[in-house]
Write a protein that binds this ligand. Structure first.
Ligand code: UTP
Length: 300
């Protein structure tokens, strides 16, 4: 098996769930504490040796490329002002990895965005990471998925148990137990009606694919919402070759969702040694200001 180091990061969606912030800026650039969401995702990849990164962008996504590029004016200014730690921070971002870009043209769905990576990826297995799904830095998920791929040679999905009433927000997997947290995927379906869902295992934003996914995507017709759905292509793939899943718990934030975004900012700030100790008392004070009645009122 060739060493896996290619990553496709779809970041061309419209981010309608986060309007108006996403009207003129990509949701992938929303700051989570002090870093854009996509930087967390790219750092996660690089920390596991996945250094050949293709970001799929589209209209209005220029700031993603600018963020990971050199910023000579800013570097000169910081140097002139003697701000060496800020200078290092800015310079480091442009050295994170070997990042390539391709445009999706039209946001015709997540599956369509992944297919835009076909020429870059070729016949290797590769990782797909959604730019708006960020993981807590201590999450073992992607490492476990790479181990599962190494062990099986198969495509690997990341699966999270969600409350039954929420499964209709996700792709959903029907699985057969294998060992521990590793399962075989029997079938997948995009955003099922909760009453018809085959399980409460949601497919989340980390994937490892064999190149077979590209043929499956080419055959995938527009599905839910008229989009080329990645889940529909996975269903085709799973009929042709083994696909496995790794079940994980916690440490995942969908920053395209406003409430999950807020959870990400609070939890990741608390985990930061440079910010957490100053932020925790502030957070406690805010919560103490809310009486039990007010919290009950808000929850209604
Ligand atoms: P989402 O479904 O969360 O993104 O796709 P969206 O369509 O931008 O969001 P909403 O529902 O309108 O708020 C997950 C990832 O896939 C990318 C998105 O940028 C996001 O990172 N994506 C989605 C594409 O690259 N192209 C698409 O056509 C759709």
């Amino acid at each position: 098996m060739s060493r896996l180091n290619k990553v496709v990061i779809p970041a061309a969606g419209l981010g309608t769930r986060f309007l108006p912030a996403t009207k003129a800026q990509p949701k992938e650039m929303l700051p989570v504490v002090d870093k854009p969401a996509i930087q967390y995702v790219i750092e996660e990849a690089v920390s596991l040796g996945l250094t050949n990164i293709l970001v799929v962008t589209g209209r209005g996504k220029r700031s993603i490329e600018d963020h990971f590029d050199r910023s000579l004016e800013l570097e000169h200014l910081l140097q002139a002002r003697g701000k060496s730690s800020d200078l290092e921070l800015v310079y480091q971002i442009s050295r994170i990895s070997n990042i390539h870009y391709i445009r999706q043209g039209e946001p015709k769905g997540l599956g369509h965005a992944v297919l835009a990576g076909a020429d870059h990826v070729g016949t290797d297995a590769f990782v797909t990471m959604l730019a708006d799904d960020i993981m807590s830095p201590d999450s073992p998920l992607l490492r476990d998925m790479l181990a599962a791929h190494q062990q099986t040679g198969a495509s690997v999905l990341s699966l999270m148990t969600v409350p039954p009433e929420q499964i209709g927000l996700y792709g959903c997997a029907k699985v057969v137990e294998r060992d521990n947290s590793l399962v075989d995927i029997a079938s997948v379906v995009e955003k099922p009606e909760p009453s018809e869902a085959p399980s409460n295992l949601a497919i989340t934003g980390r994937y490892i694919f064999t190149c077979g996914i590209f043929d499956a995507l080419r055959e995938t017709k527009p599905g839910r919402g008229g989009e080329i759905q990645l889940t529909d292509a996975i269903q085709i793939l799973a009929k042709r070759e083994p696909v496995v899943g790794v079940i994980f718990e916690g440490g995942r934030y969908d920053i395209g969702d406003k409430v999950d975004y807020l959870r990400a900012v609070v939890e990741l700030a608390l985990q930061r040694p440079d910010i957490g100790p100053a932020f925790l008392p502030e957070l406690k004070a805010i919560l103490e200001d809310y009486s039990k009645e007010t919290i009950d009122d808000l929850a209604r």
